[in-house]
Design a protein around this ligand. Structure first.
Ligand code: DGL
Length: 276
């Protein structure tokens, strides 16, 4: 990597809007970094797809972002992080950072009882991504995982504090309350969009772990270690690409980020698939 590599943007992808929870934290931890975001809104959700499909989509998304000349890749999707990272690392020679390890580490740091709950997509929970990672770090920890697939469309829809969101959260989270957990990992990047409802329903005594918060420090350290941190002294720019309905993405993104986004570009899915 040479000096100009530092000025290149960081590529971030998710199946949809969820990765913005990572972008939001990343932009405040590393304000001088530019970010190119890709949300695969045509193919969301990833959490109910097979491992091979998630790998295939992740490779296509990475190739798309590499064409934008990125210096590092953040897989801002727990599902893709838990399934596709080994393949991505084998195929692409850039730093690749996922969500699972930082989230697991932060959960163990915050928990006093070492009884940790994890909510995520069916794929992330089915692959026991967090259980494996947490137990690798501390074999005496207890981990209770629960899939909450309906949280993804609720977040995509922007139903941040809707009555339906409360009812679904109540249904999903009631069994986790019985386990006496003190920490709950939001093991899907869509879930922090609904964190107010999740916190209210699970109760204030339980600490929520947000992948965005957990990963942004790791991303900073990784870029620092590789001498890839931007040395610009102006605020970085953010560019957004989606594979379907940019207007809906823009609306929910602005609601969540609390600011106006200039433009959301549409990437033709046919092109994404055929060219990559
Ligand atoms: N936001 C993603 C995750 O962190 C994917 C959700 C989905 O597409 O099912 O798992």
């Amino acid at each position: 990597m040479n000096h100009s590599d530092k000025q290149k943007p960081i590529g971030v992808f998710d199946s949809g809007i969820g990765g913005l929870t990572v972008v939001k934290r990343l932009a405040s931890t590393l304000p001088n970094e530019s970010i190119i975001y890709f949300g695969d809104t045509a193919r969301v959700p990833y959490g109910s797809k097979s491992n091979s499909t998630v790998i295939e989509y992740s490779i296509q998304n990475t190739k798309f972002l590499l064409q934008k000349n990125i210096k590092a890749l953040v897989v801002a999707c727990n599902t893709a992080s838990s399934i596709a990272i080994p393949d991505l690392k084998k195929m692409f020679d850039i730093p690749i950072i996922g969500m699972i390890e930082p989230g697991a580490k932060m959960a163990l740091k915050k928990s006093r009882s070492n009884k940790i709950g994890v909510i995520g997509t069916r794929a992330t929970v089915g692959n026991l991504a967090y259980s494996k990672e947490i137990k690798k770090m501390n074999s005496s920890a207890y981990v209770y995982e629960k899939p909450c697939p309906l949280f993804v469309p609720l977040a995509e829809e922007g139903w941040i504090k809707h009555q339906a969101t409360y009812e679904i959260a109540e249904e999903y989270l009631k069994e986790l309350r019985e386990y006496g957990i003190d920490t709950l990992v939001l093991g899907c990047t869509h879930y922090p969009i609904l964190s107010e409802v999740i916190q209210e329903v699970i109760g204030n005594k339980i600490t929520l772990i947000d992948s965005g918060v957990a990963s942004s420090e790791v991303i900073k350290l990784e870029l620092e270690k590789l001498s890839l941190l931007s040395d610009e002294n102006k605020t970085g720019v953010q560019e957004y690409y989606v594979s379907d309905i940019p207007a809906k993405f823009k609306e929910v993104a602005e609601l969540f980020l609390g600011r106006v986004i200039d433009h959301v570009h549409k990437v033709d899915l046919e092109v994404l698939i055929s060219e990559h």
